[in-house]
Write a protein that binds this ligand. Structure first.
Ligand SMILES: [Zn+2]
Length: 480
């Protein structure tokens, strides 16, 4: 079969199956891509040819960082392809590109920002030849052992080796991510935070305590969060590289966002050359400049995401002032984050239905850096799945030891289980209150003097949302 015919058939099949799935309200993201790949194994190369592509990978912040970059490119009037549906494996990425192409398989858009699963990077990048690859950070997932984060690191490294021309944007503060610069010829640009963040005493490093090159325990000049910070190995000299895109001061962090000072300059890539197998830096910039930057999302890790977005944006050859100005109004990328006001009280609702999503929401809360009240709602109806034991796999310890979490309500069919879980996670019993229904909860929340965060599972979210809608008599406060 002639190539062009194969490509056309693949594009047609992908688009048709995607529409069919949508009509049936089946959000399937893999079938259309798999179908297209089966008809034409080179479909992804064809439909992405000539495009300028930024790929974002890493444990946390992929979606937010991609959204930040994509948002800035669109604001500046560029036509951007993105895989916002969370389809970040090869079939999903293939479906995104293929369904956006013309009938003959030519790309309709010139730019793409693609979030990619760490393990799928090696399959995706040789087909789409990204201009820039961002690695946000590497953390151990809840149930993984340390060996698995090392495995993930190697998977990413395999992907990078397949595209030696791609510019890497790496987190300078993460000793794991930073090691991706070793032994590859790719140009690298670094981002990071130059200053300590939060409590500096008794920081528990669970993910990367020991030097990735020689096994000696790292020393830190300062910590930002988890194993991130100013790390250095006292034995072999492996250490944080001074980044070109750096946060020098955190002026204000609140539930609506952060105001920071940033420095833009040249990477300290000399250190990389010292490490024997380093290579050239991205073309050196001129003198250093400093400026204030507002990031319209709360928490320290969104400061990292913002810095990553700026680094990627300028590495891809765009004017960084575009992304800086759009960061102020970038919206949350949580699938179902909804915000509204109950009288004077700001309330944010984040749907949680499994340990991974729940952990993301809990990290968000623990990174807020200001007082808040939390509400955990748990039902066990058919749409929720009757088994609620997953709450024991979610890391509620992250917030239960946090002095910023002021008062906690539990609600729902399984409120008692939730209460028990929080107690085991270290919450003080007197700080956990069981609310008797939505109406009582809403009355109590109105009295709050701090922002409120509600983490419901599916059916409890529906009922609470309905109760709130009835009270306020309007729907427009929901932000999808
Ligand atoms: Zn070392």
């Amino acid at each position: 079969m002639a190539n062009v015919v194969k490509t056309m058939l693949a594009v047609g099949a992908c688009k048709a199956s995607r529409s069919a799935l949508r009509i049936m309200h089946r959000g399937g993201t893999t079938t259309p891509g798999r179908l297209a790949m089966k008809i034409d194994s080179n479909i992804l190369e064809s439909v992405s040819r000539g495009m300028e592509i930024i790929v974002v990978t890493g444990t946390n912040g992929k979606t937010t960082t991609s959204n930040m970059i994509g948002h800035a490119l669109s604001e500046a009037g560029r036509d951007v392809l993105a895989n916002r549906s969370g389809a970040n494996l090869l079939p999903g990425v293939t479906a995104e590109f293929t369904s956006s192409a013309t009938a003959t398989g030519r790309p309709r858009k010139h730019y793409a920002v693609i979030e990619c699963d760490e393990g799928a990077l090696k399959q995706v990048v040789p087909k789409i030849h990204p201009k820039v690859i961002v690695v946000t950070n590497l953390f151990r997932d809840q149930l993984d052992r340390y060996g698995e984060v090392m495995h993930t690191l190697e998977e990413i490294r395999k992907g990078i080796r397949l595209v030696p021309d791609a510019i890497l944007c790496l987190n300078a503060d993460d000793s794991l991510t930073a090691s991706l610069a070793l032994g590859v010829p790719n140009p690298v640009t670094w981002f990071g935070i130059d200053c300590p963040v939060g409590e500096q005493k008794n920081v528990e490093i669970s993910d990367a305590r020991y030097c990735i090159r020689c096994g000696t325990e790292y020393e830190y000049d300062y910590h930002t969060y988890a194993h991130l910070g100013g790390f250095r190995c006292p034995k072999c000299g492996y250490r944080r590289i001074r980044p070109a895109v750096a946060v020098t001061e955190i002026e204000k962090v609140s539930s609506s966002g952060s105001i920071i000072r940033m420095r833009f300059g040249t990477d300290g890539n000399a250190d990389r050359a010292e490490s024997a197998d380093g290579a050239g830096a991205v073309a050196a910039a001129s003198a250093e400049t400093e400026q204030e930057v507002t990031i319209g999302l709360p928490a320290v890790y969104n400061i990292y995401n913002g810095a990553a977005a700026i680094a990627a944006y300028q590495a891809a050859g765009f004017d960084r002032s575009e992304v800086i100005s759009s960061l102020a109004d970038v919206h949350s990328s949580f699938g179902r984050m909804e915000t509204f006001r109950l009288g004077e009280v700001p309330v944010q609702m984040i749907l949680v239905k499994n340990p991974a999503g729940c952990n993301q929401a809990l990290s968000y809360l623990s990174g807020l850096g200001e007082d808040y009240q939390a509400v955990f709602c748990l039902n066990d109806r058919t749409a929720d799945g009757h088994d609620i034991s997953w709450i024991w796999d979610a890391d509620f310890e992250k917030v239960c030891g946090d002095p910023h979490m002021k008062h906690t309500f539990v609600l729902g069919d399984r409120a008692d289980d939730m209460q028990l879980r929080l107690k085991y996670a270290g919450a003080d019993e007197k700080d956990i209150e069981k609310a008797d229904g939505n109406a009582e909860l809403i009355e109590k929340l109105k009295q709050s003097s701090v922002p409120v965060f509600v983490l419901p599972n599916y059916t409890s979210m529906l009922s609470l949302r309905a109760a709130l809608g009835a009270i306020t008599g309007k729907q427009e406060f929901w932000k999808g």
